[in-house]
Design a protein around this ligand. Structure first.
Ligand code: FE2
Length: 236
């Protein structure tokens, strides 16, 4: 199934979750990178891993509602946020300090480990992936839809991807198999901490996992996530 069109928002969960994809070049391969939009309980919108918005995308979002949050999920997925922030001046930016350290144009309104976000948006939970400061990723769990959002915690290439990524994915074991990104595998500095983070995820009822690179995972999302990390030595 090919549910998400390039740079256009497609509905993933009726009235609640939408996503768009764009092409990005990273380390010599062309990946698809997803941006997700969640309608919060107050009717406003949270944008997870913002891309630089196109005019068409902005029109679609304007039809959905006001954007109250822009979420930078790790220290790699920050590039589109300054441009998105200019388009949504009322939105607060939730991000890790490690992303701002890499991007002087990135403003942070609420640091991603600050409990202020959970107080403001009680239907969401933030779950840091500890032990991998190279990525410094925090996952977001949306309780009303039982959806877990991540960026690079796992990724997968398939037949819809550009040949450069299909080729690299076959070499690195990510073709049609959810895997920890190749450049992250050797950067797990505390496996016990990563294991604790994965166990925390396993306490949640998770219907789907939506990450940046690969299709939406609705078939055993937690088991596939756990298995990917088990293959790099992180048991949970
Ligand atoms: Fe990524």
């Amino acid at each position: 199934m090919r549910a998400v069109q390039q740079a256009v928002l497609s509905e993933i969960v009726d009235g609640r979750i939408w996503a768009s994809e764009r092409s990005v070049w990273f380390s010599g391969v062309r990946l698809r990178a997803r941006t997700s939009v969640i309608r919060l309980d107050d009717g406003r919108l949270l944008v997870f891993s913002p891309a630089p918005p196109s005019d068409g995308w902005l029109r679609q979002v304007a039809d959905l509602g006001d954007v109250s949050w822009l979420v930078v999920p790790n220290c790699f997925h920050h590039l589109g946020t300054p441009v998105a922030a200019a388009a949504f001046p009322e939105a607060k930016i939730l991000a890790p300090r490690s992303a701002a350290a890499r991007n002087p144009d990135l403003r942070i309104d609420v640091e991603i480990h600050d409990p202020a976000f959970a107080a403001a948006v009680p239907e969401c939970a933030l779950l840091p992936l500890e032990g991998v400061p190279f990525l410094d990723e925090t996952l977001l769990y949306h309780r009303p839809t039982q959806t877990l959002f991540g960026a690079d915690v796992v990724l997968r290439a398939d037949e819809h991807d550009h040949w450069t990524w299909r080729f690299a994915a076959r070499v690195t074991g990510c073709y049609n198999r959810w895997s920890v990104p190749h450049d992250v595998r050797k950067k797990v500095v505390d496996k016990a901490a990563a294991s604790r983070s994965l166990r925390a995820l396993q306490t949640l009822p998770i219907k789907r996992l939506i990450v940046a690179h690969g299709e939406v995972i609705e078939s055993e999302p937690l088991a596939q996530l756990v298995e990917a990390w088990r293959r790099v030595g992180v048991e949970s």
